[in-house]
Ligand binder design. Sequence first.
Ligand code: ATP
Ligand code: RIB
Length: 309
Amino acid sequence: MDTEQLRRHNILVVGSSNTDMVIKAGHLPRPGETILGGTFFMNPGGKGANQAVAIARLGASVTFICKTGSDIFGHQSQQLFEEEGINTSYIFSDSEYPSGVALITVDEQAENCIVVASGANANLLPSDLAKAEEAVDLADIVLMQLEIPMETVEYVAEIAYYKNKKVILNPALAQPLSPSLLKHLYMITPNETEAEMISGVKITGQESAVKAARVLSEMGVQNVIITLGSKGALVYCDEGVEFIPAFKVEAVDTTAAGDLFNGALAVALSEGRNQIEAVRFACKASAISVTRVGAQSSVPYRSEVDIFE
Ligand code: ATP
Ligand code: RIB
């Protein structure tokens, strides 16, 4: 892809790509338990890929950087990204590790448990990203999660920060974050568990959520959004502190709700909406997604979000 084409891609997502093997079952198994009677389906997933697909379907230009295996899942993912209109110029293929796979069980209450075999995702290294610096140059917003090596996330955050890009980190899965990584972020978007782990504040309600957000901001991140599942999200940003309630829907599968939220948030910010409006837009997109099964199979299109109330 030439520079002119890349210039239109103003959100860069760096992250994981998986194939999700999902079984919907009556309940989540206890250790040692086998459950009969579930239904199986396969659909594309991975936090990075889910966010990139959300951005594409919600109408923004997106470049996605990930690493897959050189196997059937990797080839399928590449093809799907192209069909979504995602710029795939920097998708790396690993000759040694297989593509990432997630085994997911979803119960009747829409709760899930997930086991990920990271495969090639764990081998997306700073040396790969050094070959993709042009994609950082041409991005306005860089969105990352934590299903790839921390050293890669830190590398990208640092170079993007010094190029004056807005770096948004969705710190999933929860891990301790270094002070220098926090300093390079424009925004952090933990869920309740991640916010507790990073801030050390137990979240039991609105007051403690604000306290956790304040601690995160004192750790050096300018803008903090804490997602609170079916309760909505807390905005603790330059533009104010506000709870945005979730939209009331009948949830069937909450897998990837956070990914949809982050993708939509990046789109709304890239369109110049303020942080509170952007979170409202993200709550809409993620509410639609929980009414559908799967990760990328649940991602709504822009026309659906615009008419959703
Ligand atoms: P996941 O790990 O399932 O991808 P997460 O834990 O990262 O999600 P959540 O805080 O559970 O993120 O959800 C993200 C956003 O999705 C919430 O802020 C909310 O707007 C929306 N959401 C999640 N669950 C529901 C629900 N049951 N009804 C409506 N909206 C929901
Ligand atoms: O956030 C949901 C995603 O987490 C799934 O698509 C799965 O692949 C895991 O990465």
